[in-house]
Design a protein around this ligand. Sequence first.
Ligand code: GTB
Length: 212
Amino acid sequence: MTIVITAFERSPDGGKGLARDTRVRWALEEAGQPYEVRLVSFQAMKEPAHRALHPFGKIPTYVEGDLVLFETGAIVLHLAELHAGLLPEDPKARARAITWMFAALNTVEPPIFDLANARLLEGDKPWSKERAPLVADRVRNALVQLSARLGNADWLDGAFSAGDLMMVSVLLRTRRSGILDEYPNLAAYVARGEARPAYKRAFAAQLAINAP
Ligand code: GTB
């Protein structure tokens, strides 16, 4: 069955892999699943046809026959449960890997998302300079604890899993701010994720669409 995902017709990051379709592409590549991409404009995203797939008018969406999914966490988890390579077999290790997916999305991504919004959407507000250090410190608060837990390990809980895929995807968005480099083990962790052949294929595919 053909898998079709949606992505920005033109990503605001110009193809740096920061839009959320990249993590879905990465999971598809890790799972060895071919897929097609339907590109949507910002305008088309808000129209009824797209909202039928994504109630919040965003990308990415995932269509596999009559199954329609949105939310990258749900999409990656679906792929990880169907195909080998993204979740361990052992039920407890599997539950821990899923826990890391949730930690990435629920604990680490929100302050990072706020940091990006502070720059992109609020940078021109009179209060933005005063607020910036608070926003950056909330990111550091999450990263210092993640860094302590990762220590010298390659991945968060044994072998690479969907938990790492999600965590690396989330952390990538802190690189531009310089905050990631304050935690050398996290910077190396992200680099390990980016070095995976599946990530490289996913990155190249989104760059091919967005490169100027
Ligand atoms: N929780 C949802 C998920 O994980 O799937 C969030 C989906 C989401 O926010 N999608 C964004 C979107 O469609 C794209 S990724 N936004 C359009 C809109 O809301 O109108 C967010 C994003 C956008 C741009 C960059 N960038 O340029 O660096 C990075 C991330």
